[in-house]
Design a protein. Structure first.
Lengths: 388, 388
């Protein structure tokens, strides 16, 4: 079997994690052959760990043009994802990007157009799409069990981060370095799952971001967003990095009941007849539809990054459909951008957003970006406690 | 013992309920002596039930001036609460009003001023203030156990009402008849408890009301509101009458942890050290404060209306402090008015609200009020399934 040769671009926290399972041959049909990072100490670490079998490059351009790889996993800082992906497509490489797809939708749209213009397989590391509890929710909605959706409500406030975390690298939590805060760094999975499970993107957004709340940072770390969908349904998304213990509770209400996902459990309150039907026929004053509380069985198994990498390799080698097509990264990013833009303009934002306006507003903040935080050290953080 | 003589004004659902426990001498020191209602059939019903011992009046003015009562419980339609209370105060009577205090804060402010100018005891039927689970939450907050509040979030979407309910009387769910929908009719307890337990009123409100959602009514029956407090904390309030089974979940986050009230259970996630202190001292990358999940014991006992009536009688007879002073009714109503006003103006509403603007906007809707729904019959609904 000729294995698909994989290059990893960016040996930070995530790039290193991907390299480790690839080097252990955990992804059938794939072989890590090269890595790129501008930091010589990271390349030296790779050589020390893996020896000569892995080629090391000081820049991604050389890796893409080396002939050593068929496909690349891009784990650079957020801003660079689209440009790196486009360069890789141009070199006829398959691409898997880390989330988020980028920082602003204008650059991500350009990336998507480039991907559409070539025949390479383009994936994004939305590994939570393989989490059985969210797969089950999507199944309940897609199959009509929940009925037409009436409300979504996600409280995701358990992204606790300390000032020490923010101080661990100068680029963290800056407009210039990361392009945002909790929305771009911690929430991409939830912003993806919110619309992926429900199949609904809002038509407009009114959001309220707070910047540097209880933390000495310039970006948003506390957000409440209200959204409206085309069918009249509404939604709320609340997120924060400065609360403990925080909450992770996703509620979706439909015409046939309600689902709550919390603590990796999915509970389905199922109406025997739909609310619409009950309301049409009921004539007893007070009363409500008969409702069954159901603990829905959830398959075991996690939502590891390997699952997405395996799926991407399978698509490359066998032509299967991707669980997480790269083109869909723009959806969650659109929500993220819309929430910031609504706050900056103190107004509604209709979707699709005004991409140029967002870009210009972001540029203003990048220009004023302090990036002058007290930096302890540029450290590789132990991600074992993170859902990243 | 000379008992305090009680008159009940309005023999609708609530007035009848109060009369029933008073006639059974369930409130020590109080005696029902008179009732007033413009509907002769309700007075006839009272005479049939209770005989000559209870005087009946076709209008409240006559009751107030009859010399038959020392105190009155006002259970008229919402709009009339302030005018009735003021007339009763002027006749030197103690007053207990049903919730809501009124429909718009301008009239309620006038009522409060009248109450302040006399020495009568003025209460409001906020019986949920005697619910042990909310008393415990207030205790945890007042005593500092939860620390400074950072977020409030109440999802109260289990006020399910069918079209049949709305059709049961022509005045229901109309601007002219009730002055609003779910906020003025179903939510007054929650709008009171939200600020009573936390001790916090917002400084500004941005709300999104939907009118006649899945129901043929003109008033709001689906609301999402975002609020900001003076200390930087934020809050969300979501309510609806057209979802089944709906949710009733109140979460309050503080510097020392989190409380969730749901299903009449109170769970306290208590941090060993406050978030502020943990954040100041932590230097381990990822990490969060040690947190204990505590099931807080809740006294048994309900939140019956009798408890508030007993408390009011005790205050009249013994000079004790009221659990629910009438003057505090304006707080919940302010939130309710602010949510509508924010929707109508599609903008922020700062507190205190512009009372004249609200009044004028409400008048416009009263003038256009259809009140032409298909009416089945003017029935007394069985309230046993209601939290009213």
């Amino acid at each position: 079997m000729i294995e698909t040769r994989i290059g990893i671009v960016g040996l930070g926290n995530m790039g290193t994690a991907h390299a480790k399972y690839l080097i252990q041959n955990e992804v059938k049909g794939a072989k890590l052959t090269a890595v790129a990072d501008p930091r010589e100490e990271r390349l030296q670490w790779a050589r020390d760990e893996w020896g000569e079998q892995i080629k090391t490059f000081g820049d991604s351009k050389s890796l893409y043009r080396s002939g050593e790889v068929d496909a690349v996993i891009i784990c650079t800082p957020h801003y660079d994802h689209p440009a790196e992906a486009m360069d890789a497509f141009d070199q006829n490489l398959h691409v898997l990007i880390e989330k988020p797809a980028g920082v602003y939708t204008r650059q991500v749209r350009e990336m998507n157009e480039r991907a559409a213009g070539c025949d390479k397989v383009f994936g994004i590391m939305y590994n939570q799409r393989t989490n059985p509890v969210f797969m089950k929710l999507k199944d309940l909605i897609d199959s009509g069990e929940l009925g037409e959706i009436r409300r979504t409500n996600w409280i995701i406030t358990d992204w606790y981060r300390t000032q020490h975390y923010y101080n661990s690298a100068g680029w963290r939590a800056t407009w210039a370095g990361e392009g945002g805060g909790v929305l771009i760094n911690q929430d991409p999975h939830q912003l993806d799952l919110w619309q992926w499970t429900t199949g609904l993107m809002p038509v407009r957004v009114r959001a309220f971001c707070q910047f540097g709340k209880h933390r000495d940072i310039e970006v948003e770390n506390d957000v409440t967003a209200y959204v409206e969908y085309a069918n009249g349904a509404t939604g709320v998304f609340v997120t924060s990095t400065c609360e403990a213990p925080g909450t992770n509770r996703f509620e979706v209400t439909g015409d046939r009941g309600k689902v709550v996902i919390e603590g990796n459990r999915l509970t389905f309150w199922r109406l025997r007849v739909s609310e619409t039907e009950f309301n049409r026929n009921f004539n007893g004053g007070f009363g409500s539809p008969e409702c069954w509380e159901i603990e829905v069985p959830i398959h075991s198994g996690g939502a590891g990054h390997e699952a997405i990498t395996k799926d991407w390799i399978r698509a490359i080698r066998e032509g299967t459909q991707l669980i997480a097509p790269g083109e869909e990264g723009i959806k969650g990013l659109t929500l993220s951008n819309a929430m910031l833009l609504s706050t900056w303009t103190d107004n509604w934002v209709e979707l699709p957003i005004d991409e140029d306006l967002f870009y210009n507003e972001l540029q203003k903040r990048i220009e004023q970006s302090a990036s002058n935080k007290q930096v302890n050290e540029h450290i590789l953080l132990d991600l074992s406690n993170s859902r990243g």
